[in-house]
Design a protein. Structure first.
Ligand SMILES: [Zn+2]
Length: 372
């Protein structure tokens, strides 16, 4: 069954590998002391890697990731490259609180960096990484947050969400005493269609912020956490986004608890002429528990092998959480050792493999289709 995902869509004889790494620029757990305080307040993060380890990328996170990537080359003599699926801003907690949770304010992620203690070189390291083609930012959203949903919880006085707010945290699924909360990370999942104008504005402002940060326009968009209202594709198109990550079987949230199913494959085009990419593998050592972490390399090699068997590029998901060491440096260390092992295994097994960014792959698919 695992092979089936690779059958339809664009194919190539070239052995192309893309690493897509989500969540860069976004806050998650704000610090180790805040994590410990939240646990004391009754939150349980047991088994939730994103709450345990994920945090705004630090100086060391980028420097050490780039060191590993620069240690390998592919058949074209170039280094492996991470497509950094990036968030351009975060909530401005102080201003939101001052408004009595009635208004939303956000700040560019460079302002967030300035308030974190091991993050003063991050913006410079990004530019270095982009210059050396080790790191290629694409767009994940203005903030990794369903703002209207989150505000409604704050306004209704939900104790768990308010307590997390006090610690500068938005991305929790379970509250105090394992209270079930909504998915606050899904920025583009409307609760009703009345939410859509806000989401359209978030895309506009986020993409403008992206261009200001990196001096180029984002070509590719990955919907945070998956859920996405497809009318927003038009806004992405107006802002020159040419490629979109799609789930093979998308359940499009229409608001008011309704959904519509769609089927996607790699290279498929929508009515705006945007091309869909789909993922077919993952390398997520931090997200696995119960001794499976060490299998991350084998599982990823297997996914690449399957992709190549069907003449498909391997598009590998590998979230920032794996490379985040601000809260627990050993989390980052373990993943980087496994990443080295993975890159070494790829080089040995497929010496002809080529590492690409999602944007380069999208452009290649576009060019080939227009030639035929
Ligand atoms: Zn994400």
């Amino acid at each position: 069954m695992r092979n089936v995902v690779n059958i339809p869509g664009w194919s190539t004889k070239r052995k192309l590998i893309v690493f897509e790494s989500d969540d860069w620029g976004s806050i998650r757990m704000s610090s180790k002391s805040n994590r410990d305080a939240l646990v004391k307040a009754g939150f349980s993060f047991e088994g939730h890697a994103f709450n345990l380890y994920d945090a705004l990328e630090s100086n060391d996170d980028l420097a050490m990731l780039f060191e590993v990537l620069s240690g390998f080359t592919d058949a074209t003599g170039r280094n492996p490259v991470f497509t950094a699926v990036s968030i351009t801003g975060n909530p401005d907690f102080e201003k939101i609180k001052a408004s009595g949770f009635s208004k939303y304010y956000w700040e560019p992620f460079t302002d967030t960096l300035a308030r974190y203690p091991q993050h003063d070189k991050v913006y410079g390291l990004y530019q270095e990484g982009i210059g050396k083609r080790l790191f290629h930012p694409v767009f994940h959203g203005r903030e990794h947050l369903n703002v209207l949903r989150w505000l409604s919880y704050l306004q209704s006085g939900n104790k768990s969400v308010l307590r997390a707010f006090e610690s500068g945290v938005t991305g929790i699924y379970l509250g105090i005493g394992n209270e079930r909360l909504a998915d606050f990370q899904a920025a583009f999942e409307p609760d009703s269609i009345a939410d859509l104008p806000f989401m359209e504005q978030a895309i506009h402002e986020g993409l403008d912020a992206f261009e200001r940060l990196w001096n180029f326009q984002a070509a590719y968009f990955v919907p945070p956490n998956g859920p996405f209202h497809n009318s927003l594709e038009k806004v992405l198109h107006e802002k020159k986004v040419r490629f979109i990550l799609a789930e093979r079987r998308q359940q499009e949230p229409l608001g008011d608890g309704k959904y519509r199913s769609h089927f996607h494959y790699i290279g498929m085009r929508n009515k705006w002429g945007q091309t869909y990419l789909t993922r077919n593998g993952f390398f997520e050592p931090s997200v696995w528990h119960g001794g499976l972490r060490e299998h991350a390399v084998d599982k990823c090699m297997l996914a690449i092998e399957r992709a190549f068997r069907w003449n498909k590029p391997a598009i590998i998901s590998s979230h920032r959480v794996n490379y985040a060491g601000f809260i627990d440096p050993e989390n980052r260390g373990r993943s980087l050792r496994l990443l080295s092992e993975l890159l070494y295994s790829i080089r040995r097994r497929w010496p002809e493999a080529e590492f690409m960014t999602s944007t380069e792959l999208g452009d290649l698919i576009y060019k080939e289709r227009n030639r035929n």
